[in-house]
Design a protein around this ligand. Structure first.
Ligand SMILES: [Zn+2]
Length: 168
């Protein structure tokens, strides 16, 4: 992964984090093929405490992805259990995205890096095309959520898929 992405900052379990990030990055590579190097080129991932208000955020122009040290160690199920009651997701939105790793520590990072790379791609989608409630908050979030679903081979609206392919 270091070949493409530089990770810096406070990392509790660097090996586990790298493994989880790599899982997501390899999914993106498999899905988008020859466009991969263009998307990932120059991207830097920064990890730290209190550097982002949410689990992750992306500066599209600077190509910097910031991820939270503590949240990055959570499993998809932990995050789903936290965010479903808050109305951000429906049950299954995260855990059924990648069921094989849903209970593993750090598996949230495998979702998060793909979502944030969706922001690097930088598209927008009509919010009603978002596969999740979270993405219905804003057009760029709708794109990032649909991109993540698409990368993990989950069904999305055909119109959303067309917009994603056009943006790559
Ligand atoms: Zn986002």
């Amino acid at each position: 992964m270091s070949e493409f992405i530089k990770v810096s900052g406070e990392i509790v379990d660097e090996e586990a984090l790298n493994k989880a990030l790599n899982f997501g990055i390899e999914q993106v590579r498999t899905k988008i093929g020859s466009k991969f190097s263009e998307v990932i080129s120059g991207v830097e991932v920064q990890v730290g405490n209190n550097i982002t208000e949410s689990g992750g955020e992306t500066d599209e122009k600077q190509k910097i992805i910031k991820i939270d040290t503590k949240k990055s160690s959570m499993s998809l199920r932990d995050v789903e259990d936290l965010l479903v009651p808050q109305g951000y997701y429906d049950t299954g939105n995260l855990t059924e995205l990648v069921p094989s790793i849903a209970d593993q520590a750090y598996s949230y990072s495998s979702y998060n890096i793909v979502h944030e790379l969706g922001h690097i791609v930088g598209g927008k989608l009509p919010v009603e095309l978002s596969p999740t409630r979270y993405g219905r908050r804003a057009t760029n979030e709708a794109f990032a959520e649909a991109f993540t679903y698409w990368v993990y081979n989950k069904p999305i609206d055909p119109e959303a898929e067309t917009i994603i392919r056009d943006k790559l």
